[in-house]
Design a protein around this ligand. Structure first.
Ligand SMILES: *Cc1c(COP(=O)(O)O)cnc(C)c1O
Length: 337
């Protein structure tokens, strides 16, 4: 019985074709800059994002941290969403390792930061304050796609205050597929972008930080300092190259599956879920106190969900349309339908 794991799009396993690509990858010592597969992945991702250079990182957390350390110095500040990964879910790395102060603001329901509010929180040049240096956004965020109109306005605000503009683009390929645009268009307003290969794209490891050549050079130094200088890691980069070549367009299937799942669950009156809110590969459902019993019931059928009353379900490469129908049947049977 193959397991249907809906907790996250990080749970995907490399496909046989991806493993073959990994096995056949030419490699070298990347700290010497001599791993051809890593060099190729970095150039390829830079091109895809329309930036000058790329840097292969062990994780999205590392990639975002390198960006923060490079944009900001000790005593500087970045403006960020209260529930953004770069603030809430990266163990405080910017503060601990960079002496960088976060200025978190609540996200609006659409995943944006209110730009009037951002403007009010940019500190004046006065020795009472940390120096505000960076605006950091996330796309997609909670499965939601930021509009190009918003990104243009956010960039204009950042530029007018001389702030850097970084995108945590862990799922920016989902945003691009949803918008029907090239990724380079979606990220064109940003100075730097971090893209995950290990989420919906299905690679086992890795993120790529992209930005200006000199910026990436400095980030490379930080990466070495943090112990992220890897050697023959081209076997990992090969999985990323395979994912970029083969797993981008198919994200549309994940989006369709998430919508279908939301529609299926919306028929169950005990569950509160709104299919109209589903934009990419995530949906949120209010389950209530029965979550433990529900999760146990589904687990017996090989379906894994988080034990959270406010439940996030994520579709990905390892769950097909049939798995979604099976999941809907599993939920229905729990509620006696
Ligand atoms: C997963 C994720 C990251 C990076 O996480 P890692 O597990 O460190 O690769 C960054 N931002 C967002 C929004 C994410 O979902």
């Amino acid at each position: 019985m193959s397991v249907i794991d809906l907790r996250s799009d990080t749970v995907t396993c490399p496909t046989p074709e991806m493993k073959t690509a990994m096995m056949n990858a030419p490699v070298g010592d990347d700290v010497y800059g001599e791993d051809p597969t890593i060099n190729f992945l970095e150039e390829k991702t830079a091109k895809l994002t329309g930036k000058e250079a790329g840097l292969f990182c062990s994780s999205g957390t590392q990639s975002n941290l390198l960006a923060l350390l490079t944009h900001c110095g000790r005593g500087d500040e970045y403006i960020v969403g209260q529930t953004a990964h770069t603030y809430r879910y990266e163990a405080g790395g910017a503060a601990v390792l960079g002496s960088i102060q976060p200025q978190p603001l609540d996200f609006e329901p659409d995943g944006s930061l209110d730009l009037d509010k951002v403007a009010r929180f940019i500190k004046p040049d006065d020795y009472h304050f940390a120096r505000t240096r960076l605006l950091c956004l996330e796309n997609t965020t909670g499965g939601k796609v930021l509009s190009m109109e918003y990104l243009k306005a956010a960039h204009a605000l950042a530029a007018s205050h001389d702030l850097g503009f970084h995108l945590d683009g862990a799922r920016v390929f989902n945003a691009a597929v949803k918008l029907g645009m090239e990724v380079r268009e979606v990220v064109r307003h940003f100075d730097t972008v971090s893209c995950c290969l290990s989420k919906g794209l299905g690679a086992p490891v890795g993120s790529v930080l992209c930005g200006p050549e000199a910026f990436i050079g400095q980030a490379r130094r930080w990466r070495k300092m943090l112990g992220g200088g890897m050697r023959q890691a081209g076997i990992l980069a090969a999985a990323g190259i395979y994912a970029l070549d083969n797993h981008v367009d198919r994200l549309a299937e994940d989006h369709a599956n998430a919508l279908r799942l939301a529609e299926g669950l919306a028929d169950i009156k005990e569950i509160n879920v709104n299919p109209d809110r589903v934009q990419t590969n995530m949906l949120f459902a209010e389950i209530g106190k029965k979550i433990d019993a529900l999760a146990g019931h589904l687990e017996a059928e090989g379906i894994i969900i988080d034990r959270a009353e406010h439940l996030r379900l994520v579709t990905h490469l390892d769950v097909d349309a049939e798995g979604i129908e099976k999941t809907i049947r599993g939920f229905r049977s729990f509620y006696g339908k």
